[in-house]
Write a protein that binds this ligand. Sequence first.
Ligand SMILES: [Zn+2]
Length: 73
Amino acid sequence: MSNEDTKIKRDFFARDDDEQQAFLSQTWCDNCQAADLGMHTPLEYELDGTIFVEGSCNKCGEQVFTELTEDDL
Ligand SMILES: [Zn+2]
């Protein structure tokens, strides 16, 4: 990605355990075309005012993104 520098890193592990578990289990994988397979090695960042939690799919290992809308904040 060329716009790497516009990402603002956030601390995923500062979230409540329950919240972390929810993010790690409630996923959508484009590659598997399946929901809630789970992800590992999460990374949280803000890009253009939107917060993303990015990780690797537990099944295929492809990158999985969860986008947080304002309603989730
Ligand atoms: Zn997958």
